[in-house]
Design a protein around this ligand. Structure first.
Ligand code: PLP
Length: 409
């Protein structure tokens, strides 16, 4: 693994040279959305400048170019997550749409009363609410794996939660609220042993860790482009081919059909039966460029950089008196670090930090079950990516010290 030069990386991101008042921007909200390098911005803009046409439709040069670029992005995304074939990737607007596609196309078709869906208390709302809706619609039951005090999944009762009644286990690979990396190999093995399928919310995992769906033997993987340098509304759903064949489409319309009659229609082949209407073509082309960028850095180097920054941030935040939620060992987590600082409300903290140019997130992070579990309404969250530096962690801690001064006056 060759480490990359962070300053060289930073030079590719025009937004990182912005000022906030007279302070340089310190962008620490990467778990919400990452920034984009010139390579991605150019790929999307060049699509519109040079190649724009609808994909899979035009029998003319631009139409063919658009199709080639769009399908090229599918090939890149499939390879990036270790999928055997590009057809195993459905393009979606991101993880929320991907999970809803599983909930509509698979769960509503196959779940029945008495069946169970097992999720965890660590999930983002996009991996909770679709299952509440699908179990309510089918008469199935939704169950939860609880959390330990230190922000891990509490697997002590897994044997009674995961049974032959469980038809689907849906779990995050990396928590956006706690940073926790979940033990996917163990969970997938245990779920398959009782005949359950496994869906993984990869919104936080795929941008930060090398992922291989074949090695994991995962059934579904939801992917968000906008958290991995790509345009908004890019991303996808990986699923095993036999599952995609069996699933129903979620949207009906153009392109997803083979033939339309007065009283029914037949479906196009996978993946197109899931891609109704005009897709987010330029955005997925941008995702292809983002994948090229991450591959050039190397995902092992991406992880190594984030481990280094996260370990440093955990140490500095703890020394500054912050209460950190989630694992304290950087090896067990990603770079989303949630904390409370000396009883300053996270919203006040984020507002004061903004005056120093430091952008963090404050709120429930779409993970209200996590907030309930730890008895807080919200947390402050700093989250790191490839372009963040230890100096930026220092800027965060300095800004916290200033906030402390304001609130102890
Ligand atoms: N799951 C997790 C763990 C997330 O962090 C997010 C976004 O914050 C989502 C799902 C939703 O992803 P998207 O914005 O791509 O729909």
């Amino acid at each position: 693994m060759t480490p990359f030069d962070v300053q060289t990386v930073r030079a590719d991101f025009p937004i990182l040279s912005r000022m906030v008042g007279d302070r340089p921007l310190v962008y620490l909200d990467n778990a919400a959305t990452s920034q984009r390098p010139n390579q991605v911005i150019d790929a999307e803009a060049d699509f519109y400048r040079l190649h724009n046409a609808n994909a899979h439709r035009g029998l003319y040069m631009l139409g063919e170019e658009a199709t080639e670029l769009f399908e090229g992005a599918r090939v890149k995304l499939a390879a990036f997550v270790g999928a055997r074939a590009p057809e195993n990737i459905i393009f979606t607007r991101g993880t929320t749409e991907s999970m809803n596609l599983v909930a509509y196309g698979w769960a509503r078709k196959f779940l029945k009363p008495g069946d169970e869906v097992l999720i965890t208390e660590m999930e983002h709302h996009s991996n909770i609410v679709p299952w509440q809706m699908a179990t309510q619609a089918t008469g199935a039951t939704l169950r939860y794996i609880p959390l330990t005090d230190d922000g891990l999944l509490d697997l002590s009762d897994l044997g009674s939660l995961l049974t032959e009644r469980t038809k689907l286990l849906s779990v995050t690979g990396m928590s956006n609220a706690l940073g926790t990396i979940t033990p996917l190999a163990l969970l997938i093995g245990a779920a398959h042993a009782v005949g359950a399928l496994v869906a993984v919310d990869g919104a936080q995992m795929v941008p930060h860790l090398a992922v291989d769906v074949e090695a994991l033997d995962v059934d579904f993987l939801a992917i968000s482009g906008h958290k991995m340098l790509a345009p908004t509304a890019s991303g996808g759903l990986y699923a095993k081919p036999e599952i995609l064949e069996a699933m129903d489409p979620m949207f009906g319309g153009g392109e997803m059909i083979r033939e339309v009659f007065h009283d029914h229609a037949t479906w196009n082949t996978v993946p197109y039966k899931f891609e109704a209407g005009t897709m987010q073509i330029a955005q997925q082309v941008g995702l292809g460029a983002a994948i090229d960028y991450l591959n050039a850095l190397g995902m092992d180097a991406v992880r190594a950089h984030e481990l280094d920054i996260t370990a440093y941030a955990l140490r500095r935040l703890e020394d500054a008196g912050a209460r950190i939620f989630g694992p304290m060992n950087a090896e067990d987590r990603g770079g989303a670090v949630s904390f409370w600082f000396k009883d300053v409300h996270p919203h006040d903290l984020a507002t004061i930090l903004n005056e120093d140019g430091v952008a963090i997130r404050a709120g429930h992070h779409c993970a209200q079950l996590v907030m309930r579990r730890y008895g807080v309404p919200a947390t402050a969250r700093a989250s790191f990516y490839i372009y963040n530096t230890k100096e930026e962690v220092d800027a965060l801690v300095d800004a916290l010290a200033r906030a402390d001064g304001i609130f102890t006056l």
